[in-house]
Design a protein around this ligand. Structure first.
Ligand code: TYM
Length: 338
């Protein structure tokens, strides 16, 4: 069989399992927005089926899904340029995931660090869904034959597994049906760290709210969290190498660079030599100027969720034009009588 050429197509998703953080925004959403204007079809997803791999209160899940959609739109994802969906309205994701459950191997899944982190010491009590999570993620991507997936650094291992699943399917059935998707992990903030501990990822599930900036935080809260962010006593260096053993300092500079669309070298050229007492107010001002328009637009959109629901319904219809034929073809390859 000749190798098919795949339409350049971007897929990515975020879990509606809590509020959006600055990590999600800088590591993922900003790139989602810029890829809309490159030569790609773009599909962005609220992965509600992934969220319930750990307990979600139903009312919270519904609210978080709509708020996440509002966050996407307020950040610049245009429903005219991109297909915006929630996963459960496009049933082919879950249908392909079943096939992939039968392709992926137990040994592969057991190596996934996110499962180990999330299941913790009590893995026996984790849901089967949490263990199978990466097969559903592979299905999210491959049900569109997506070629590129923008994500933060923490999703790299899942994207490698996605390629392994595609390769094994293609090999077992002797086809060139699923593309080997490219991860897009780029920019100054592919791993935004906790404001309280430079060795931990900024995360919506961290018990300390001071560890993260939420997209819905007001200006005072943002400024206060940055002022209190852990740092070291030294001045900022003038070159990136000077940040090597200074995780907290590096994190704040990375955040500044990503928010301001600059490289770390450019930022340090301007602020090198400054103490944190001078740099933190600059960072706070920049963060507020970039984030407050987003949070006020989110609040406006959330005032009338019916508009969001309509956008998601339309997105699901557009998505299914792509996913339904790919699922049919998959079933045919596998040998299901249709
Ligand atoms: P989730 O919901 O944990 O995070 C969504 C996106 O935000 C990025 N991210 C970060 N980037 C930089 N620094 C941080 N501190 C940070 N925290 C989060 C994540 O890397 C991600 O890109 N499994 C995925 C959701 C998913 C998905 C998919 C992604 C399901 N199916 C298909 C891509 C393609 C997740 O839990 O992301």
């Amino acid at each position: 069989m000749t190798t098919p050429t795949f339409t350049p197509r971007v897929f990515s998703g975020i879990q509606p399992s809590g509020g959006l953080t600055l990590g999600n925004y800088l590591g993922a959403i900003k790139r989602f927005v810029s890829m809309q204007d490159e030569a790609f079809e773009t599909i962005y997803c609220m992965v509600d089926l992934h969220a319930i791999t750990v307990w979600q209160d139903p009312a919270d899940l519904r609210r978080n899904t709509r708020e996440l959609a509002a966050g996407f739109i307020a950040s610049g994802i245009s429903p005219e340029k991109s297909i915006l969906i929630n996963q459960s309205q496009v049933p082919e994701h879950a249908q392909l995931a079943w096939i992939f459950n039968c392709v992926a191997r137990m040994g592969w899944m057991k190596r996934m660090t996110q499962f180990k982190d999330k299941a913790g010491k009590n893995a026996e009590a984790a849901s089967l869904g949490l263990f199978g999570y990466p097969a559903l993620m592979a299905a999210d991507i491959l049900i569109y034959h997506a070629t590129h997936v923008p994500v933060g650094e923490d999703q790299k291992q899942h994207l490698e597994l996605t390629r392994d699943i595609a390769a094994k399917f293609n090999h077992d059935y002797d086809v060139d049906f699923f593309p080997l998707t490219e991860p897009v992990i780029e920019g100054a903030a592919t791993r935004v760290m906790s404001l309280r501990d430079g060795s931990k990822k900024m995360s919506k599930s961290d018990p300390s709210d001071a560890s993260r900036i939420n997209m819905t935080d007001d200006a005072d809260t943002i400024a206060k969290k940055i002022r209190k962010a852990k740092t070291d006593p030294d001045a900022l260096p003038s070159e990136a190498e000077g940040l090597a053993d200074r995780p907290e300092a590096r994190n704040l500079v990375n955040i500044y660079a990503a928010l301001n669309d600059q490289s770390v070298a450019e930022v340090l050229r301007d602020v090198g030599g400054q103490q944190f007492g001078a740099f933190k107010p600059l960072l706070a001002e920049l963060a507020v100027s970039k984030l407050s328009p987003i949070s006020s637009e989110m609040a406006r959109l959330m005032a009338d969720p019916s508009e969001i629901d309509q956008i998601l319904k339309r997105g699901a219809r557009q998505a299914r034009d792509i996913t339904a034929p790919i699922l049919e073809k998959t079933y045919e390859i596998v040998g299901m009588v249709r």
